[in-house]
Write a protein that binds this ligand. Structure first.
Ligand SMILES: [Zn+2]
Length: 198
């Protein structure tokens, strides 16, 4: 009887762990802070208007645009964050979903993509952002019946991606380093409920 109880509690523990791991990391307290934090003005200087609108203002590019057609034509290679140069996806995980936006069934092994719960516009969705600089990339949808290894669809704005064909040099990673950076970090810390002593 004791053995049976022990087995049951062990099973329950395993189940709880599995449940916890299945959930996207949504708690803002446990969410890793982006490594690159810049002011809006700094991002505006670094990005085109469309790149800024999508990645920093969480916009969405129109589907089936020129960027999407370019994406469809691209062969083997790697997709990097247009803001900071972090590796996000590779052509291995790319698939044709017919939705009009670049689609991947998984993020690359670099694990540069972070998933967050997005409750905006009256919907519960999973937002995907660049782990390094918090750039908005798009959303991820699950269980749609696509015959891919994950049945997940990372629906990504093409404008947020910088494609480098196989054999090409990876873009330079954007570095930190301006007065506005610390100020912005303080703001972010305050928003997260942590007062920063000056
Ligand atoms: Zn980034």
């Amino acid at each position: 009887m004791k053995l049976r109880l022990a087995l049951l509690s062990a099973l329950a523990a395993v189940f709880c762990i599995a449940q916890a791991e299945d959930k996207p990391k949504t708690d803002s307290k446990t969410m890793p802070k982006p490594e690159i934090v810049k002011s809006e003005d700094e991002w505006k200087k670094l990005l085109s208007t469309e790149q800024y609108e999508v990645t920093r203002m969480r916009g969405t590019e129109r589907p089936n645009g020129a960027i999407y057609h370019e994406f469809e034509q691209q062969g083997e290679g790697t997709y990097y964050c247009v803001c900071c140069g972090a590796e996000l996806f590779t052509s291995k995980e790319k698939f044709h979903s017919g939705c009009g936006w670049p689609s991947f069934y998984d993020s690359s092994k670099a694990k540069g993509v972070l998933e967050k719960v997005d409750n905006s516009h009256g919907m519960k969705r999973i937002e995907t952002v660049c782990k390094r600089c918090d750039a908005h990339l798009g959303h991820v949808f699950e269980g749609e019946g696509f015959k891919t290894p994950t049945d997940r669809r990372f629906c990504i704005n093409g404008v947020a991606l910088n494609f480098v064909p196989k054999g090409g040099a990876a873009p330079k990673l954007l570095e930190l380093g301006s007065a506005a950076v610390q100020q912005k970090k303080d703001e972010v810390a305050k928003e997260g409920g942590v007062e920063v002593k000056k």
